[in-house]
Design a protein around this ligand. Structure first.
Ligand SMILES: Nc1nc2c(ncn2[C@@H]2O[C@H](COP(=O)(O)OP(=O)(O)O)[C@@H](O)[C@H]2O)c(=O)[nH]1
Ligand SMILES: [Mg+2]
Length: 198
């Protein structure tokens, strides 16, 4: 995949109607601070179009990035930040649920997990939620540069076991710092989402 154009096309608030897109969508979900914005920026080849860590959890919006007029990257609001109120959490839940249920062009959902840590209860819940809405979550294990090479397989195994993933579930390790793993993600998007062969 070669990035020719990117644009933040739609920002959806809590109550806004979701856009009726005609291009395929790929969604990115994960805990706040897991590296979602950094991954999206990395994939888009932009330093900061997707905002990184300004005020985690402040903006509860769904952001649609139009990539090459070919597909959308959809940045879902993060979860799990410590001081979110019950009200904010409930709104978040409704918003994600609506997105997963109503998005007719949604093809794949990526779930980001920090490669250093055992997934938490929130992550397990998100995984199950994606699954129950008819998608097979694809795991991206972020912050790959923060662990030793010798730890990678052990950490991936822990992630798979904790989430109790379906057999054959794909796990892509990724580093926003070195961009390691990016080509594998581009290939996956090309082949599975866009149906292109090399
Ligand atoms: N070393 C390293 N830091 C990362 C990586 N990805 C994200 N970060 C850092 O982790 C913090 C949170 O990243 P961000 O992309 O804003 O996370 P988000 O809340 O999930 O969107 C920022 O300080 C990033 O620079 C990575 O792959 N490696
Ligand atoms: Mg972010």
């Amino acid at each position: 995949m070669i990035i020719k154009s990117v644009a933040l096309e739609t920002v959806c608030g809590i109550t806004s109607t979701l856009p009726k897109n005609t291009l395929p969508e790929i969604a990115f979900a994960g805990k706040s601070n897991v590296g979602k914005s950094s991954l999206i920026n990395g994939l888009m080849n932009r330093k900061s179009l997707a905002r990184t860590s300004a005020q985690p959890g402040k903006t509860q919006t769904i952001n649609y990035y139009n990539i090459n007029q070919e597909l959308y990257f959809v940045d879902l609001p993060g979860y799990g930040y410590a001081n979110a109120s019950v009200e904010v959490k409930a709104k978040w839940g409704k918003m994600i649920e609506r997105y997963l249920q109503k998005s007719e062009m949604l093809k794949e959902v990526f779930l980001l997990i920090d490669i250093r840590h055992k997934p938490g209860a929130n992550d397990v819940q998100m995984y199950d939620w994606i699954l129950h809405n008819g998608f097979r979550p694809i795991i991206i294990a972020t912050k790959l540069d923060k662990i030793n090479r010798s730890q990678i397989q052990k950490q991936i195994k822990q992630i798979k076991e904790t989430l109790q993933v379906e057999p054959g579930t794909l796990v892509f390790p990724y580093s926003a710092q070195t961009k390691q793993g990016r080509d594998e993600l581009y290939d996956f998007i090309d082949e599975v989402v866009l149906g292109k062969k090399e």
